[in-house]
Design a protein around this ligand. Structure first.
Ligand code: C2O
Ligand code: CU
Length: 425
């Protein structure tokens, strides 16, 4: 599997990561198809991996060389609102125009970036990249790999389908090819007996990834907002679009052995989930190196937000509009008609998210982490699966002024109306 591309750091200051990055059209060859025209950050799908330390400043001299306007949203990064890449806070960056994104990376974790204009189209065409921010309390492991998960629907002539079929309108676009770091069916090298850390992000428009590694389980040590207090073990790891997980495993097996990384079916509503498991990648075991490293049993405590009773109702719905078009609603309305939520800067509120539809929605809040109130140790998340007909309370401290959005991260649902505005004043 090829390493993720990197950009050269233009700043001599070790506490600043300064890069130049263009959005440009490029050509990419998917297996079994003629070359495809893709939209990329600096020519690659995925775009560059931006790696820095918590507390560093990230400066991106961005230039749009695409034929239409775009922006960059820094998914999960707690940025000032004017750096958030939504059209509430900046105008679209027109073809040939530039924009300076500059902000501090406050939190360790794996984040990602993508356009926030026509995102169902622009992300699908290949515009996404990962941001890896290291913190002071990182566990020491033998080897670490960032895995960016996507899928793409490619016609044999290399084109992507122009219009959405009914299934894709309803469930979000799913591809016919699964990609790990832009590659179908890659081989991921790992060392037998070593502590292997995987940092995963799902950047697909609509597909949920439900991973299982043959004969192994995953120890989850972190999620969207960095390390969790109490790791847990799981046989399958479910990631909805937008979500991240940080897991560790110790691969067992003779050098040379291959383990299959499967994508297991997952039912997310409307009769989905009947498909057979699909091979996503294979893990190739190399020489045994028994370092004897072990993981800590726990990580530093996360400040638990004291939750007021839910006072921001968010009902997620699906229905048909007057013209018979399928729409996705929040509190019965389609964006931009969803009533704006106003909160005071610095206040803590609980969003009572209620899924009234027949399918799961990955709920995403810009600008702030939230904590689910379910009795578990606190976890900082920015994207969470709200299953069909499930309700959950999500508490956040709204301590950055500006106009923010919350929405479903199935990009076709967001474009179909499932977006709300939240103003912090
Ligand atoms: Cu990654 Cu508004 O989203
Ligand atoms: Cu949705």
């Amino acid at each position: 599997m090829p390493a993720l591309p990197r950009l050269s750091d233009e700043s001599p200051d070790p506490a600043v990561l300064e890069v130049s990055m263009r959005a440009v059209i490029a050509s990419k060859q998917y297996p079994g198809a003629k070359p495809s025209q893709v939209w990329t950050y600096e020519g690659g799908v995925p775009g560059p991996l931006l790696e820095a330390n918590a507390g560093d400043q990230l400066m991106v001299h961005f230039r749009n060389e695409l034929p239409e306007a775009t922006t960059i949203h820094w998914h999960g990064v707690r940025v000032p609102a004017k750096m958030d890449g939504t059209v509430l806070m900046q105008t679209g960056i027109e073809p040939g125009q530039s924009f300076e994104y500059s902000f501090q990376l406050k939190d360790p974790g794996l984040f990602w970036f993508h356009p926030h204009m026509r995102s169902d189209i622009q992300v699908e065409k290949g515009l996404y990249g990962a941001v890896l921010v290291r913190g002071p309390m990182e566990p020491i492991v033998d080897h670490e790999t960032v895995l960016v998960l996507d899928d793409v629907r490619v016609n044999p002539d290399g084109t992507f389908p122009e219009y959405l079929d009914d299934e894709s309108k309803m469930m979000g676009r799913e591809g016919n090819m699964l990609l790990v770091n832009g590659v179908a069916q890659p081989q991921i090298p790992m060392q037998s007996g070593a502590l292997e850390r995987l940092r995963l992000v799902n950047v697909a428009n609509g597909r949920f990834f439900n991973l299982r590694l043959e004969d192994h389980s995953f120890r989850v040590i972190g999620t969207d907002g960095g390390l969790v207090e109490t790791p847990w073990d799981t046989e399958t790891l479910l990631l909805a679009p937008g979500e991240r997980y940080d897991v560790v495993l110790i691969p067992a097996g003779k050098p040379g052995k291959s383990l299959t990384l499967w994508n297991e079916p997952y039912a997310r509503g409307h009769d989905s989930g009947a498909a057979a498991p699909v091979q996503l990648a294979s893990v190739r075991l190399a020489t045994t190196s028994l370092t004897g490293r072990t993981l800590p049993e726990s990580f530093p405590a996360i400040e638990k937000l004291q939750a007021p009773a839910a006072d921001i109702p968010v009902a997620l719905g699906e229905s048909f509009d007057d013209k018979g078009e399928l729409v996705f609603t929040i509190n019965g309305e389609v964006f931009p008609n969803v009533p704006v939520v106003q909160v005071a800067n610095g206040s803590v509120h609980t969003m009572g998210v209620k899924n009234e539809s027949d399918m799961d929605h990955p709920f995403h809040l810009h600008g702030f982490f939230f904590q689910r109130q379910n009795g578990d140790p606190p976890r900082n998340k920015d994207t969470i699966i709200v299953k069909a007909h499930e309700s959950m309370d999500l508490t956040a401290r709204f301590d950055e002024p500006g106009k923010w959005v919350y929405h479903c991260h199935i990009l076709e649902h967001a474009e179909g109306g499932m977006v709300g505005e939240l103003h912090v004043e």
